[in-house]
Each structure stands twice: as C-alpha cells, then as structure tokens.
Design a protein around this ligand. Structure first.
Ligand code: 3HC
Length: 307
C-alpha cells in the first residue's frame, strides 16, 4: 500500500520531501548517489587547488580561487541535503575514508599543466552541467533544490575553463600544444564521468523508476559529446577520438569504444591519484578537527545562553 502511493507520488511528479514515507531502498540509493556527489565536489578541489599558487596571472588566480571555493560550497549543499535522509556528516566522511563510498573517477587523474585547469573547467564542469541540469528534476526535493543552486554557478566554471583553452589555442605554438595535450588527457576520463553504459549500470533501473535520474548515463554522455565537439572545432583543437563522426540518421555524433577496463580500475580505487586524493582528504580532515571542535563548543555555549 505505502509503496504504491509512493510510486503514485513519483509518477505524478510530486517531489518527495524528508518527512514523507519512502522505501528504504529509495533512501539508500539517494544517500549513496548524493553523498558520492558531495565527496566528488570536495575531492575535486584538490586537482585544481594544486594550481592556485601557480596561476599565470592575478586575474587567473582570482578566477581559480573563486571556482575552488564554489566547489566547497557545492559539497556543503550536498552533504546538508544528504543529512535530511537521516545520516550524519561524520558517517558520510567515514564511508569515504573507509573506501565504502566513491567519488567521481575524473578527480583521480593528475593536473600536469595550466592548460589542465582549462580542460577541467571546459570538459569536467561541462559534463557536470549536463548531468546536473538533468538532476534539477530529480524526485527528491532537497537534492533537486541543491542542483538548482549549484547549476547557477557551473556555467561560470565551464566558461572560465573554455576561455583558458581558447586563449592558449590561439597563443604560441607551445601554448596550443599544451592545450591540445590537456584535451588529449582529459577527453576520455571526462566522458567516463557519466558512468558505465546503461547495459552495465546496475543502479539505472531504480534510478529511472523512482525518477532520481531523468536521463540515463548513455543519454547524458551523448548529449555532452554532441554539445562539445563544435566547441573544440571553434578553438582549433582536435578531440582525440578517430571514430568521432556526425551521424545524420541518428542526429548525434558516433564515437569510439571507451576503455571500460580503465574506467572500472579507476572507479575501484586503482587510478593514477586515488591513494593521494584520499590521503590528502584524511590529513585535511584530521588537521581540521580543532575547528570542528571549536564550532561545536561555541554552539553548545550559545545553546546554554539561550536556554
Ligand atoms: N566515478 C566514480 N564512480 C562511478 C562513476 C564515476 N564516473 N560512474 C559510476 N560509478 C559507480 C557508481 O557510484 C556505482 O557504484 P555504487 O553502486 O557503489 O554507488 C557503480 O559505479 C555503478 O554505476 P551506476 O551507473 O549503476 O551508478 P549510478 O546510477 O549511480 O551512476 C553516476 C553513477 C553517473 C556518477 C551517478 O551516480 C550520478 O549521476 N551522480 C550524480 C552526479 C555526480 O556525482 N557527479 C560527480 C561529478 S563531479 C561534479 O559534478 C563536480 C563538478 O563541480 C565538476
């Protein structure tokens, strides 16, 4: 009975709110996806943070600083939205540290040059926009509202990255080569952000039934590729996929086979930077313990004053 009326609410496009009854599996599915989304935002600060002190100009430094700070805020929105499902921030961070929760594979690749800041903004945030614009219509209220807020900032992230790539692509030969090298290294990992093919995606069935997702991994990946190919051509860079070709009948770009062995290896913790990213997060978390304790003590004292 409860399951039926829950599904009727979903089918009637009525948002599920924290106080509504929901199946345990719906709650668990959301906690996994939303917390992994939050972990991705926070871990994603590392590859870009790596270049803040080495930005080529004060303007570039200010833009990158603003972007990395935005990502921290996105993480906070998403952790707060996840907590409405009855799990604490501490538990979520512990799941990450114990490798029981994932974060986006893309952040396990190194950032080797300034052009990587361009490739990340253009491609990684570009892919995130495609995914997150769709997730604005997710059935869970707090997640949907968090996505609306986050999407407002993502277009700035994508534009600043594309501007870096455009500038370098029309710069010196060395700069153009650096931009092309960044595109070569980030193209395939960026389209892997959308997850496994629908046929290999164990969670997609429920995600679509419960309207947690409104489009499948493959649909979103295709939409991103269709949007991005033209952007590369405009700035004179070449997407590293010899099989990329417009298919008039499909109305989409055909593209080459993805390296699923690499994908699962990175997702399962064996990418180039997985160990380093997690160690950095653990150290930052431990170093920040005094701040959390001070904030808790302050809140406790305020509570005493008010009661
Ligand atoms: N990286 C890491 N893990 C991935 C992954 C990826 N690119 N793609 C899939 N996985 C994991 C899934 O989490 C799932 O593992 P789990 O069962 O332990 O949770 C498993 O692989 C099977 O994949 P499924 O397709 O069945 O799982 P999902 O339906 O959850 O799809 C997803 C995976 C596409 C990442 C989906 O969870 C999703 O859309 N999440 C919300 C968006 C998100 O997390 N984006 C992170 C990008 S970073 C970002 O947006 C920050 C921005 O500022 C750049």
């Amino acid at each position: 009975m409860l399951e039926e009326s829950f599904q009727e609410q979903i089918d009637a496009e009525r948002k599920i709110e924290p106080k509504d009854w929901m199946p345990d599996d719906y709650r668990k599915h959301l906690i996994r996806q939303m917390s992994q989304h939050a972990h991705s935002e926070v871990i994603g600060m590392q590859p870009e943070g790596n270049w803040i002190t080495r930005a080529p100009s004060l303007r570039a430094k200010m833009i990158l600083l603003a972007k990395v700070q935005d990502e921290a805020g996105h993480g906070l929105y998403l952790y707060s939205a996840t907590e409405t499902l009855g799990i604490s921030r501490e538990e979520l961070v512990q799941q990450l540290h114990e490798e029981k929760a994932k974060y986006s594979s893309i952040f396990n690749y190194p950032t080797l040059s300034w052009a990587d800041m361009g490739a990340i903004g253009w491609l990684v945030d570009g892919a995130a926009i495609v995914n997150q614009v769709s997730l604005q219509r997710t059935s869970y209220g707090p997640y949907s509202r968090a996505m609306v807020k986050i999407c407002k900032e993502e277009s700035f992230h994508q534009r600043q990255g594309y501007e870096i790539m455009a500038e370098m692509a029309k710069g010196t030969a060395e700069q153009k080569e650096m931009a092309q090298d960044a595109l070569n290294r980030f193209w395939w990992p960026s389209i892997m952000m959308f997850g496994p093919q629908d046929s290999d995606s164990p969670r997609t069935g429920n995600a679509m039934k419960w309207k947690i997702k409104r489009q499948t991994n493959d649909e979103l990946r295709q939409s991103f590729i269709d949007k991005t190919v033209g952007q590369a051509e405009v700035i004179g860079l070449t997407i590293p996929d010899p099989d990329l070709k417009w298919n008039e009948d499909r109305g989409h770009y055909d593209f080459g086979e993805m390296n699923w062995e690499e994908f699962w290896s990175v997702v399962n913790g064996n990418g180039p930077c997985n160990k380093q990213r997690l160690a950095h997060h653990k150290k930052a978390h431990d170093d920040g313990e005094w701040v959390r304790n001070a904030a808790k003590e302050y809140a406790r004292k305020q509570e005493l004053l008010l009661n």
